[in-house]
Design a binder for this molecule. Structure first.
Ligand code: A2R
Length: 307
């Protein structure tokens, strides 16, 4: 059986299907020249040195849509097919974005604590919150998931605007400048890929433009937001609220961020439901099994689509 290197965890269902077709090796026990396939995920990726040492590598299947931890251009140059799991997680990540949006606007965590603490009975009604209706919401990265977020927000009657590098064929207002968009928005939702082109593009200037009444939601990658600048902006009132599923050095969450009451923090669970993770696991394995069968894959990353 061909040799598969496993990086990161896989589910029991994935293991059962893979074991029928591959000999699975762990990182502490494999011979580099024997490995033809790798299974990994968006967080662990495949580092450049390891990829270079796998001289007979043919395909890398990543469990997740983001693949910034894999050098897909280097893989493509060697004819190695990198795959990921687009589309099957669009709705779940969009739900997570809406969850953070509503939790920020309606102070879900504060009021949950208020009801639990007994303060309601002893001190009366809690403070009013903000309505999530009729807001101007800027989507940073209007791709598959960004569009799903826009669709899922419809019941709150938002005005949707967006910033990407290239204008899309959609009815929403396009901004070619992120600061200009943030200035006109109540909310900015980040859903671009990670990597060099988006590194810290949400910087102090963008957050200042969003302003004291503004809300920043990040369900993309921690690297997209300048975390130190965000902590400063949230602490000093230059930025109103933040709902975050991702962090620069995750799973480390900076203590300064944890201490702030104008944040809602999640442990990178954008796609983490039983149903969606099963669909992602199926696609991750299907890509490897199809490659074994006929050399093709189902969902190549764009850099490898021509192979
Ligand atoms: O810039 P464009 O025209 O290529 O549009 C893409 C946009 N995007 C950017 N926007 C602004 N500045 C950039 N440097 C930049 N780079 C990319 O992000 C496109 O509209 C969007 C990405 O859409 P998709 O490729 O369809 O990705 P999907 O499936 O929505 O997932 C987005 C990310 C993943 O890569 C994970 O990091 C995360 O969501 O879970």
């Amino acid at each position: 059986m061909p040799d598969l290197l496993q990086i990161g965890g896989i589910t029991d269902d994935m293991r059962t299907r893979l074991e029928a077709a591959f000999t699975i090796h762990q990182l502490d026990n494999f011979k580099p020249d024997e490995i033809t396939h790798v299974i990994t995920n968006g967080h662990d990726g495949l580092n450049a040195d390891l990829m270079a040492s796998l001289t007979n590598l043919q395909a890398v299947s990543a469990y997740g849509v983001g693949y910034d931890a894999i050098d897909a251009n280097a893989a493509a140059a060697r004819g190695i097919k990198v795959t990921h799991t687009p589309n099957v997680l669009n709705q779940e990540v969009a739900t997570t974005a809406v969850l953070l949006y509503l939790a920020c606007y309606r102070e879900l965590l504060r009021d949950d604590a208020y009801a639990r603490s007994g303060d309601w009975e002893s001190s009366g009604a809690s403070a009013l919150t903000r309505s999530a209706d009729n807001q101007t919401i800027g989507i940073l990265g209007l791709g598959r998931i960004g569009q799903a977020i826009a669709d899922k927000l419809a019941p709150w009657n938002p005005t949707i605007v967006y910033h990407t590098r290239t204008k899309k064929d959609v009815a929403y207002t396009y901004y070619d400048n992120l600061v200009d968009m943030a200035r006109d928005c109540d909310v900015v939702i980040c859903i671009t890929p990670g990597g060099a082109s988006t590194n810290k593009i949400v910087n102090a200037e963008v957050m200042n433009a969003l302003g004291p009444k503004g809300t920043l939601i990040n369900v993309s990658r921690g690297s997209v937001v300048d975390e130190a600048a965000m902590i400063d902006a949230l602490s000093t009132g230059k930025l109103g609220w933040a709902g975050l599923d991702v962090f620069e050095g995750e799973p480390h969450v900076p203590p300064a961020l944890r201490a702030l009451s104008n944040t809602v923090l999640l442990p990178h669970v954008g796609s983490a439901t039983v149903e969606t993770r099963a669909a992602m696991g199926d696609l991750t394995v299907d890509n490897l099994l199809q490659h074994l069968k006929d050399g093709t894959v189902i969902s190549a990353v764009p850099e490898c689509a021509h192979l």
